[in-house]
Design a protein around this ligand. Structure first.
Ligand code: M6R
Length: 360
């Protein structure tokens, strides 16, 4: 039931702080230890490489997950598009472990990969899903639930943040088991509380984002998101949100790549939304902002407070850099929502799309 909300998508965006709290309750014990099954951790500890499989938004959550797994466990991690990997001839590592990210648990492309994992490669697998007893839940070796509550809007929002949070939980547990100091020193439970508060602060101020959508996205045909590192991964997700419900041609670009070709697309007043949350790369992205501005782009910034400068548009609270994708995506979800509303579309049921994609 969407109650007083005009669309499920807005309700689901607003629910994200509560979803993070539920994940904390589910996966942290009273004493602060993590509740991840020992047999799952033992199987993952044998892996020399993790393969994260997903489609669409779940693939984007996997990209952020790669960063989490590599930082917290030191195990090389690959992220693959289910629809591509299902028909590839990959040279797998000696001891691969597969992680399936799927909100619905019914995505045919992802299932096709799981069939190969089980029959051809006989490797262990974990499905992280929102749907208990779904096909991918049943057919994987191990399973963990997102507990995000039903996601009705076709555009995925709370499942994305829940997937990142659960990946962080698994990565932290595995890193602890492997005695990795970054994992030991990462106070994930506390950081998830900070992330929930930060998201709450953004949804409380959604009026500002509504106005930005009105001014910058109501009429445009194109829009580009740019960023580096995990900000680039969020840019991909942000652009997918915008295209799927507002039908604006949106793309996410690695900001350093602009000069290698895509900057040719910038025209007078093209909206370019830059995401800056990573200290190491923020000044480089600032230079890229200047490059597109001088070609006429209308630049908007989504910046973490510690890196903010006068004139920035959307300033988000600073939390651990590893978890900032949980927060920086939220203004982008809201921008997509309000852009769709401005243009008079059915936000929850965009054309040509189904909630769960059960064909290959
Ligand atoms: O149920 P899944 O997570 O496997 O779905 C994967 C994609 O179809 C899904 O994320 C899709 O990209 C969303 N509509 C994006 O908002």
């Amino acid at each position: 039931d969407r109650g007083a909300y005009p669309y499920y998508m807005l309700k689901e965006i607003d629910e994200q702080p509560a979803v993070l709290h539920r994940i904390q309750k589910t996966y942290f014990a009273e004493d602060g230890s993590l509740k991840i099954p020992a047999d799952l951790l033992a199987a993952m500890q044998k892996a020399d490489r993790l393969y994260i499989v997903g489609a669409g938004t779940s693939y984007h959550a996997g990209l952020v997950g790669k960063r989490l797994f590599e930082q917290l466990t030191q195990i090389p991690t690959e992220v693959v598009l289910a629809s591509e990997f299902a028909y590839d001839n990959p040279i797998l590592s000696d001891h691969p472990f597969f992680i399936f990210l799927t909100q619905s648990g019914e995505t045919a492309d992802s299932r096709q990969v799981l069939v190969r994992v089980n029959n051809e490669w006989q490797a262990p697998s974990l499905t992280i899903t929102n749907a208990e007893n779904s096909t991918l839940y049943r057919e994987a070796t191990y399973q963990l639930l997102l507990n995000a509550g039903p996601e009705i809007a076709v555009a995925s929002t709370k499942a994305y943040t829940a997937q990142i949070a659960v990946e962080a939980v698994v990565a932290k547990a595995l890193g602890m088991a492997r005695h990795i100091s970054t994992a030991k020193n990462f106070n994930l439970n506390h950081e998830l509380s900070l992330a929930a508060n930060a998201i709450q602060a953004i949804v409380d101020e959604k009026q500002t984002i509504k106005e930005i959508a009105h001014h910058n996205l109501a009429k445009t045909r194109n829009a580009f998101y740019i960023g580096r590192g995990v900000d680039y991964f969020v840019a991909l997700e942000a652009a997918l949100k915008l295209k799927e419900i507002s039908y604006i041609h949106a793309e996410g670009f690695a900001s350093g790549e602009l000069k290698h070709g895509t900057i040719a697309l910038i025209e007078d007043k093209t909206p370019v939304i830059a995401i800056l949350t990573q200290e190491r790369t923020a000044s480089h992205t600032r230079s890229n902002i200047q490059e597109v501005k001088s070609r006429g782009a209308q630049v908007l910034t989504i910046v973490s407070e510690n890196l903010a400068k006068p004139g920035d548009d959307i300033v988000i609270p600073t939390i651990s850099e590893l978890l900032l994708p949980l927060v920086s995506v939220v203004p982008a979800q809201l921008l997509a929502y309000y852009a769709s509303l401005e243009r008079g579309y059915n936000v929850d049921q965009p054309r040509n799309l189904a909630k769960s994609v059960t064909v290959e």
